[in-house]
Design a protein around this ligand. Structure first.
Ligand SMILES: NC(=O)c1ccc[n+]([C@@H]2O[C@H](COP(=O)([O-])OP(=O)(O)OC[C@H]3O[C@@H](n4cnc5c(N)ncnc54)[C@H](O)[C@@H]3O)[C@@H](O)[C@H]2O)c1
Length: 264
């Protein structure tokens, strides 16, 4: 899909990858970029820089997603591309004392933001997109959704679930002209990455959010399902599929090294 003249929504657009997506889509000729974020001041600043519009939105709340969709379409026109990009790091523990954690909180919060948000966007946009013959979802997930995030079971589990939902979304609505891409980088130099301890997500180098946004744009133009800004991830996926036990053993070695480094 070409972005020229299109209406685009980006959740989590106030910062990091979301901000870079807004700027990249604006440069690619989008008619209006809608920046939806919990951080309204940040969203307004990005919206001002791309001549877009801002909405305060908690993506884990269905009513907020409905509000963004209804108001965007009422004020600006049909949404051609909806990017579910907002994300958090919850329950990160480099020592991995217990993958089951100590409370539901990081799992529930990550589930709402990484999974239900994508489901709400589909629930309320699919009928509109079907009626107009198509549309596009770009879901920012992570290489952690294809592989795993050592030290964060809540992140890994919910990002895997997000891949599962995106696959089903793409399969269910391909015949209706609805396209889906998942954006799955490893380390990207953003506030989120800087908020956690340095780990294996950075072992192939951290990319800039601008590079990742350009890869996302290329992927949308080519309509490819999986967008891998770090090409190494494809090799890791192949290794995993080829020999799951060897892959688990390799990841356990990375976990052991992480415990050693943080135990010092
Ligand atoms: N940075 C990385 O290394 C990396 C790697 C792979 C995937 N990702 C994914 O990329 C996406 C963007 O992350 P980022 O690195 O740009 O982080 P970031 O912290 O720079 O930006 C995240 C944005 O999401 C917003 N947000 C958080 N919770 C929200 C909610 N409930 N409702 C609305 N907005 C909310 C924040 O206010 C912020 O503006 C996330 O889904 C993240 O999991 C990041």
């Amino acid at each position: 899909m070409q972005l020229t003249g299109k209406i685009v929504v980006v959740t989590g657009g106030a910062s990091g990858i979301g901000r870079a997506l807004c700027e990249t889509f604006h440069r690619a000729g989008a008619a209006k970029v809608i920046v939806a974020d919990l951080d309204l001041a940040g969203a307004e600043a990005v919206a001002a820089s791309v001549q877009g519009a801002a909405f305060k939105c908690d993506v884990g709340q269905e009513k907020d997603i409905v509000h963004v969709i209804e108001e965007t379409e009422r004020q600006f026109g049909p949404i051609a591309l909806f990017c579910s990009n907002a994300g958090i790091v919850g329950g990160f523990d480099p020592m991995s004392v217990n993958a089951g954690g100590t409370s539901d909180e990081p799992f529930a919060k990550s589930w709402a933001i990484h999974v239900m948000a994508h489901i709400y966007a589909a629930r309320h946009l699919i009928p509109r997109m079907k009626a107009r013959g198509g549309g596009y979802f770009l879901n920012t997930i992570s290489a952690a959704g294809l592989l795993s995030q050592v030290g964060s079971p809540a992140y890994s589990t919910t990002k895997h679930a997000a891949v599962g939902f995106a696959e089903n979304l793409a399969i269910s609505h391909k015949a209706a002209g609805i396209k889906v891409s998942i954006l799955c980088p490893q380390g990207v130099d953003t506030n989120m990455l800087r908020s956690i301890a340095r780990g294996p997500q950075s072992s192939d180098g951290d990319l800039s959010p601008e590079q990742v946004a350009q890869d996302a744009l290329n992927g949308i133009e080519q309509e490819t399902f999986v967008i891998l800004p770090h090409p190494q991830v494809l090799g890791y996926m192949r290794n995993k599929a080829e020999n799951y036990d060897r892959w688990i053993a390799g990841m356990a070695k990375i976990q052991a090294k992480m415990r050693e480094d943080y135990g010092k």
